[in-house]
Design a protein around this ligand. Sequence first.
Ligand code: FEO
Length: 395
Amino acid sequence: MKPRKLTAGVHWVGAIDWDRRLFDELIPLPDGTSYNAYLVKGSVKTALIDTVDPTMASVLIYNLERLDVKNIDYIIANHAEQDHSGTLPQMLKLYPDAVVVATPKCKNLLMELLLIPENRIMTVEDGETLSLGNKSLEFIHAPWVHWPETMLTYLSEDKILFSCDLFGSHFATSDLYVTDEATVYEAAKRYYAEIMMPFKKVIQKNLEKIKDLQVDVIAPSHGPIYGKPEFILEAYKDWVYAQPKNIVVLPYISMHGSTKKMVEYFVDALIGRGITVKQFNLAKTDIGKLAMALVDAATIVIGSPTVLVGPHPNVIYAVYLANALRPKLKFASIIGSYGWGGRMVEQITGMLSNLKVELLEPVVIKGFPKEEDFRALDKLADRILYIHKEHNVVS
Ligand code: FEO
């Protein structure tokens, strides 16, 4: 795709990766992604804001050629992760006068990860500005969106906030700006869940930090640009600050049907009590969908058979993920079955240490569920409804 103009002197020069289906060899990308880089040409100096994933270096280089960019003075590295910084070494060869601009922590990471020579990097403090002539860049240190070294760059004359990973979406689209808000909301929420949610406390501080900035446009480094910043700012406020909702997330797996029967019964019991349920069969589910469901849920109930002495390995993966993502969950429980014994409950609860959840009495049974087991599931559903009401989760 060709360079695209945002405003006078500001162009998108990034790359759209329509075909990528996995990020960090971990995160599913059903809609591909983009690596947005931006060229800001002032009356005196020229800055490139971020680069692209090294697999797409040729696209960035071609875009700069098409804009006839002969000289770059500064390359702003908002973030050291390679999907934005990986083309820096090539850029520094192509533009021998260019200096990388980064936070002190980012400088260290760029030297370690990409072997960028120290004399090609200048560091900027929080709030420092850099003049390009008739345009100026302000640097806002914003740790943990997504790594500890991250910063945002604000172009004050045009009121554009270059937010790098923050507010991004893994969404390949030919739209430069958001046009279909519902679709982008879904992609941005998935992205928040998978990448930003573990840092929601520091995101609160970063949102505070930018709340008085006059921002007309948010230009992230993944996904389309926000011409109406309120759309994504309001979404983030909901994801970050709002109380969890009357939702039970139920990731489960079943080997011979006992746990599945319990799940089916239990889901009906919850629905009958007015609780929203999001059920995920871990043998089949897109793990990103599970992460998204965790953004708003008050309760997680994990369904597992017993394999040898512990939970099914797919359950271990899902529990590890939920624990790492640190959603707003308040309550957790476990349902499932065993043949002759095991330590499934202890092993699952031992993996939930990051979550400040209250454990509700698990229902783990021997073999196929019987009448008394269904009554125990009813009791657990009653307990969830009661505790959701008690914590004002039920609206
Ligand atoms: Fe898009 Fe944390 O890199």
